[in-house]
Design a binder for this molecule. Structure first.
Ligand SMILES: Cc1ncc(C[n+]2csc(CCO)c2C)c(N)n1
Length: 224
């Protein structure tokens, strides 16, 4: 069995919770409170900055030019295209540049992105790929599922988001990452595989926490 097939089975209970989460459901039926999405966009912006660094670490850890080139292109497109698209889209929700500049990460954003950076800096390329895969895979799945809802992709506010993550481009990106992890784990001993599975499940759990944090607009409980 390919490693990704084993992971797919393991992640089912968490994905079911993701898809059923009121934040995700609200994007799908268009009823999500815009304040919650606004909060999400600001935290996601901070998350994307650290995620881009993971691509830079991918260039460092990769052992062939093709994989290095792919990570380099992803680093470039995230920093020089996706981040500005993100800022543009956020204007619809009344988020201005200053808010992005001054934003502070929530405990969940900090925990999730710093966990990935820790794994990316201290682990192998396989560790890094196991950490970043749930982000790509789960968004592609959620995008495709929400795109099935009649009218969802034309929604005035959330339609663009659904169109982006249900696109072929994001599906291909998730597939590339899945294939890379399968290649890196082929023939590896169970002890190594189990460690990678743990990393993958941790960031899968963080994906759920990110939805939940956004829904509750949760910053530090001590600041309230
Ligand atoms: C919390 C959170 N998780 C996943 C994504 C989706 N995502 C972020 S970077 C990337 C790949 C390169 O653009 C993808 C698919 C997100 N935006 N926010």
């Amino acid at each position: 069995m390919k490693f990704s097939e084993r992971l797919y089975k393991e992640l089912q209970p968490i994905w079911r919770k993701n898809h059923a989460h009121p934040f995700v459901q609200g994007i799908g039926d268009g009823t999500l409170d815009q304040e919650k999405f606004r909060f999400f966009m600001i935290q996601d912006y901070l998350y994307l900055i650290d995620y881009a660094k993971l691509f830079a670490l991918g260039v460092m850890k990769a052992e062939d030019l093709e994989t290095m080139g792919k990570f380099a292109r992803l680093l470039d497109s995230t920093l020089n295209e996706e981040m500005s698209l993100h800022r543009q889209y956020a204007k619809k929700f009344g988020v201005n540049e200053d808010e992005f500049e001054q934003a502070k990460p929530s405990p969940t954003t900090l925990a999730y992105s710093h966990y990935m950076l820790h794994v990316g800096q201290n682990g192998t390329l396989a560790d890094l790929v196991a950490a970043i895969l749930p982000c790509m895979w789960s968004y592609s799945e959620i995008g495709k599922e929400l795109n099935q809802i009649p009218g969802a992709s034309e929604h005035e506010f959330y339609g663009e988001w659904i169109q982006m993550y249900s696109s072929k481009e994001f599906e291909e990106l998730a597939d590339w990452c899945i294939d890379l992890l399968d290649q890196l784990t082929e023939g590896k001993p169970e002890s190594e595989i189990a460690k990678l599975e743990e990393i993958f499940l941790n960031t899968t759990r963080f994906e759920y926490m990110f939805w939940d944090m956004s829904f509750n607009q949760a910053m530090w409980p001590t600041d309230e």
